[in-house]
Write a protein that binds this ligand. Structure first.
Ligand code: DX5
Ligand code: ZN
Length: 224
């Protein structure tokens, strides 16, 4: 069984104290830090670049899970690898040769992941799993660009389809995850959970991370 992991998204952190916020997430028991990179073209928002990955990587010892919401990810793989990324997630909807870009991530010594938007059919990413071009699939459960949006439960079917195909692949879900929505997501075979606004608003982030992990373990794959 793939390991259940909780990945706080620092898009919801206080940017004025980014390093301390990353450390707060690590101290809370987070398994990885999720860094949302946005270029204002692929999505209608601008967030961080590689410098934020450097700040996070220097602040903590847990891995950096870097989500590239950018139009031409192929031009920035080495930059984000050098910045300290451990997993690099590219969108299947971006303007790149997906196979080549995933191979470039692996050649850089990093974990390749493919990301799929809510309205994009799961068929678009199946070859990435079948051919093991990826170690991880990231299923978007909101339209990318902003934190704090409502969870789209219709994407759970995609997660279950991928899990039925491959027990080895990490399936991550991103958007609107809290202590309620994590139940059907885990039941659909998701094992990595991004959570931004839910975790960073907690007074006791440690208790919230532990509870999310426990609930996910209890419900994992019960609806696949
Ligand atoms: C949205 C980002 C998410 C976002 C999730 O484009 O990819 O990672 O931070 O935020 P919440 O958990 O608040 O929905
Ligand atoms: Zn994200």
């Amino acid at each position: 069984m793939p390991e259940i992991q909780i990945m706080p998204s620092i898009l919801a952190a206080d940017f004025g104290q980014l390093a301390a916020e990353c450390k707060r997430a690590e101290d809370a028991g987070a398994d990885q830090i999720h860094v949302d990179v946005m270029d204002g073209v692929f999505v209608p928002n601008i967030s961080f670049g590689p410098e934020a990955v450097k700040v996070s990587a220097a602040a903590v010892s847990i891995p950096q899970n870097v989500h590239l919401m950018i139009t031409k990810p192929q031009n920035y793989i080495q930059t984000f690898a050098d910045a300290g990324s451990d997993t690099i997630q590219i969108h299947v909807e971006s303007k790149c040769d997906v196979k080549e870009t995933l191979a470039a991530i692996r050649e850089a010594g990093k974990r390749p992941a493919i990301t799929v938007n809510p309205e994009t059919p799961v068929e678009s990413i199946l070859e990435c799993v079948e051919n093991r071009w990826v170690d991880e699939v990231l299923v978007m459960s909101v339209h990318p660009g902003f934190g704090g949006q409502k969870y789209i439960s219709a994407v759970e079917e995609k997660c279950a389809t991928i899990r039925r195909m491959a027990d080895w692949v990490d399936i991550a879900i991103d958007g609107g995850i809290d202590d309620q929505t994590i139940v059907p997501a885990a039941a659909s075979g998701v094992n990595l959970f991004v959570a931004g606004s839910y975790l960073f608003k907690q007074d006791d982030m440690g208790a919230a991370v532990s509870n999310l992990r426990k609930v996910a373990q209890e419900n994992y794959c019960t609806n696949v």
